[in-house]
Design a protein around this ligand. Structure first.
Ligand SMILES: Cc1cc2nc3c(=O)[nH]c(=O)nc-3n(C[C@H](O)[C@H](O)[C@H](O)COP(=O)(O)O)c2cc1C
Ligand SMILES: [Mn+2]
Length: 482
């Protein structure tokens, strides 16, 4: 019940034969990437590099890189159990109206006694270093050949909303510039960037406190990537996921709290208005994301366990570790999406669509242009707004089966009529749009059309063999030894 920290998770992976220790020296400069990439593509285990070149700190990678490992991380037999748990809470007292339903989200966490707890001390403070430390002590990967440098790839970045005081935790990569300075790659649409913008607009202070935790129990680490509504505390969601409140400790040098069980904590600040070139970085699109200007994180204090473990990941041509993390999000968030869009039966984000490029949706269609309504709703729904292409099919199509979707969707569309083009915000990693964060989207209505949509021709039936013939052939088939 509820891993106490990263080490306990590592032990669980090991017990399940899902982790391999690498006792010899491997270079965090490119080499670890090649190990991790090959391993994930071949369905191999998580890897614990005990001797990363140039550092005394072991490096863990691919800890979430399969559905089985996601299940171990979330302590379930199937990720669907988490979705079912959420559904149960949602069904307990269905509130009325959209606002009521959104208000239900914090309730969810409350019911699981998920509120984080502030505690006086934590293992993350076994060693406290306000001077004489360097980021170069950690085995921070240089992931791909044309990367702009070394990047911390699995950080939990904590900040506070200056207006509401609410905490946020997001996973935003950090490029190492020197011993105590990194980039802070929170993209425009993310909460860290929103906090930064508000503080800058207020004009009352010159710095924004930021704390970064690296390595914690898996529910806490995973919560950093969840597309939660703004001001919904990821630590509450983590508490709900692990079934036990997350223990937080106050930082030494800034007004923030971090998970007490963290392996490594970097405390510091971002100077408002200070930007620096960040990237390029071999990204989860399978392409290098281009250089751009991002805020700079100054580390004022590093705290860590006596012998910390540094968790990392790589992104690149799919599928990678983040695909499995995203697949679990797809399952866990479906009940929440269905609060507002009950007509949605299932959704799927195939690996090749790298999350934002493609989402397949099956719906129970009830009225003309229903598929368009669903598209527009998805384009207005949290981070689903990034969806570049949405394919909407009828409920009898299994969206987990990409071949079935392609077969039926291409059969069913009259392209001129069924394609919806629109403009909207696009993921900052999108490289094909005419401007950064500004681009078009395409929805394909591949549902069956009816007279209400001006379609009066008969619609053909799908080909299915009758049961009697199948039975007859079953026995003859066996007789033939086929
Ligand atoms: C491995 C990994 C790396 C990520 N890197 C970034 C990043 O550099 N910048 C970013 O804005 N989002 C990144 N994300 C996605 C965010 O973590 C995700 O959108 C999260 O929901 C943001 O949280 P927020 O809504 O609290 O800002 C990454 C996700 C993963 C799984
Ligand atoms: Mn958030």
């Amino acid at each position: 019940m509820a891993y106490s920290d990263l080490r306990e998770f590592i032990r669980a992976l090991e017990k399940n034969n899902e982790l391999k220790r690498i006792p010899f020296e491997v270079d965090p400069y490119l080499e670890i990437t090649e190990f991790a990439d090959r391993s994930v593509k071949r369905g191999g285990p998580a890897l614990l590099f005990e001797r990363p070149k140039g550092s005394g700190v072991p490096l863990l990678i691919n800890a979430f890189a399969s559905m089985r490992r996601m299940e171990i991380a979330l302590e379930v037999g199937s990720v669907q159990e988490v979705a079912d748990r959420i559904s149960e809470y949602l069904q307990m007292q269905m509130p009325q109206g959209l606002i009521g339903k959104l208000k239900m989200l914090p309730k969810l966490a409350e019911m699981g006694s998920a509120f984080p707890k502030i505690v006086g001390e934590g293992a993350c403070k076994e060693v406290i270093r306000k001077d004489g430390f360097s980021l170069s002590e950690f085995p921070i990967q240089h992931c791909w050949p044309a990367d702009g440098g070394r990047f911390i790839t699995l950080p939990m970045v904590f900040s506070k909303n200056p207006e509401t005081g609410k905490r946020n935790c997001g996973m935003y990569r950090m490029q190492v510039y020197d011993e105590r300075t990194t980039g802070m790659h929170w993209q425009t649409h993310k909460q860290g960037a929103e906090h930064y913008r508000r503080l800058l607009a207020e004009g009352k202070q010159t710095r924004m406190d930021v704390a970064v935790a690296i390595g914690s129990d898996p529910a806490v680490m995973y919560s950093a990537i969840l597309p939660l509504p703004p001001d919904l505390d990821e630590m509450m969601m983590a508490g709900f996921l692990r079934g036990k409140p997350v223990e937080m400790v106050k930082c030494e040098t800034c007004d923030l709290e971090v998970p007490a069980n963290a392996e490594i904590v970097l405390e510091g600040y971002v100077t408002l208005g200070e930007l620096r070139r960040e990237g390029p970085f071999g990204d989860h699109t399978g392409y290098y994301s281009l250089e751009d200007d991002y805020p700079v994180f100054h580390v004022t204090c590093a705290t860590h366990r006596k012998s910390p473990i540094y968790p990392s990941t790589i992104v690149g041509p799919p599928p990678m570790e983040d695909f499995y993390m995203g697949k679990a999000i797809e399952r866990i968030f479906l009940p929440l999406m269905r609060l507002q869009l009950p007509e949605v039966r299932d959704i799927s984000m195939p690996a090749e669509g790298v999350f934002h490029n493609l989402i397949l949706v099956s719906i129970r269609k009830s009225y003309p242009l229903h598929a368009r309504k669903v598209m527009h709703a998805i384009w207005g729904l949290g981070q689903a707004m990034f969806s570049k292409c949405i394919v909407v099919v009828d409920e009898d199509v299994d969206v987990q089966n990409v071949r079935e979707v392609a077969w039926k969707a291409f059969n069913n569309i009259d392209p001129e009529r069924d394609i919806q083009l629109t403009l909207g915000p696009v993921d900052q990693l999108e490289h094909a749009s005419r401007l950064p964060s500004y681009g078009s989207k395409m929805g394909i209505d591949a549902t069956r059309k009816g007279p209400g949509e001006g379609f009066t021709r008969p619609w053909p039936d799908e080909i299915v063999m009758d049961e009697e013939t199948k039975r007859k052939v079953d026995s003859k088939w066996k007789k033939m030894g086929l």
